[in-house]
Design a protein around this ligand. Structure first.
Ligand code: GDP
Ligand code: MN
Length: 361
């Protein structure tokens, strides 16, 4: 489970990892009542990555600007995710941005500490262009990972007066271990002009398999907004909806083999009903790039007629989007009838269904 930035920062506070002064505002808050006496950063609380680049971080110099920017942000969607909460933070005067994370290296079967003096930006880019700027250190979980060791790892890489970062990393590792995280990331870890150190951003992913021994309920809010299906937005214009991750991936391959790019991966899972199908279609069609929808259902506990009903209802609202459905299994005849009555292209072969969709675009 991925935590919101403000939840992750609450954990950071508890573990003595310094974070900027901040407060949270909600969509229906009366912003006139908020006191702003310094420059602030408004940060959309969404779970998608690359939020800054997608317009999810705004700056305001005074109260008037703050109200404008807050309204602007609440009316935005960041990569398809609605903004319901904004974290308002004092604006730091940034001198340097570092990158720190701890995650599991599955090959080494150990946690790995990753540190880079090139923070703020995409760490993947740094890894490609300047791999020598990234330090990796595998942590032995059976030994204490003490600050002196971390100072030794960082020695020569950062100015000696910044070695207090070692204490922050030590605290971050305690959090990682005690909360059963699979990732803790600070990007950027900021050095301010007056030489203070802050975690300006925070990503924490908790291991869902550790649910039984962790108090996940403390983060129930994160779950509330979770979609009842697996959805990953991609760059193409053909939406792919399947039931089961394998079938959905295969559907994406078919679209790619036909020379087109999928607009998303959406696995509605087993037993999806009409409402889930409607919700899934609404989600994918909120992406205005989408030209065609390819639905690939192998119905077991899922029922074809339930799926068909959902498609028909949503189709009416999007007359310009082309649909093609491959559907087999439970209640196939009923489902086919519903689709045919509504002139929706239907096939039992997934290759044919995808081909027809692309021909008709
Ligand atoms: P992300 O895009 O979701 O990773 O959001 P971040 O919280 O990491 O912010 C993205 C970028 O915005 C940072 O790398 C900074 O360059 C900038 N930024 C964020 N907070 C501040 C701040 O307090 N002051 C300044 N000057 N820049 C900030
Ligand atoms: Mn960041």
């Amino acid at each position: 489970m991925k935590l919101y930035e403000y939840e992750a920062k609450n954990l950071f506070r508890y573990y003595n990892i310094p974070v900027p002064e901040s407060f949270l505002i909600y969509k229906d808050d009366n912003l006139d009542l908020v006191d702003i006496d310094k420059e602030v950063v408004l940060k959309a609380q969404v779970l998608v990555g690359g939020r800054g680049k997608a317009g999810g971080i705004l700056f305001a110099k005074n109260k008037k600007e703050f109200i404008e920017k807050a309204k602007e942000l609440f009316n935005k969607e960041i990569k398809g995710e609605k903004v319901e909460k904004i974290l308002v933070e004092e604006k730091l005067k940034i001198k340097k941005e570092y990158y720190v994370s701890i995650t599991i290296d599955r090959d080494a079967k150990k946690p790995v500490l990753i540190f880079s003096t090139e923070g703020g930006v995409d760490i993947e880019e740094v890894a490609k262009k300047n791999p020598e700027k990234i330090i990796k250190y595998h942590i032995d979980v059976l030994k204490p990972f003490l600050p002196y060791k971390i100072r030794w790892i960082l020695d020569g890489k950062i100015p000696s007066e910044e070695l207090a970062i070692a204490n922050i990393i030590y605290n971050l590792y305690q959090l990682f271990k005690e909360k059963d995280a699979t990732l803790v990331e600070i990007n950027p870890l900021v050095i301010t002009e007056d030489n203070k150190i802050y975690a300006a951003d925070a990503v924490v992913i908790l291991d869902d398999d550790a649910h039984y021994r962790q108090n996940f309920e403390a983060f129930e809010e994160s779950n509330k907004e979770k979609l009842p299906f697996a959805y990953v937005e991609l760059d193409g214009d053909i939406t792919v909806i399947g039931n089961g991750a394998g079938l959905t991936l295969a559907s994406m391959d078919i679209i790619k083999n036909l020379g087109r790019e999928p607009a998303c991966f959406l696995d509605i899972g087993g037993g999806a009903d009409t409402e889930t199908v409607k919700l899934a279609l609404k989600k994918v069609l909120s992406n205005k790039k989408v030209k065609g929808v390819f639905i690939n259902i192998l119905a077991g506990i899922t029922k074809c007629d339930e799926v068909a009903k959902g498609i028909v209802e949503i189709l009416k609202e999007h007359p310009n989007v082309k649909f093609s459905v491959r559907m087999m299994g439970t209640n196939e005849e009923l489902g086919r009838k519903i689709l045919e009555e509504n002139n929706i292209y239907y096939e039992t072969s997934m290759e044919e269904a995808a081909k027809k969709l692309i021909e008709n675009l």
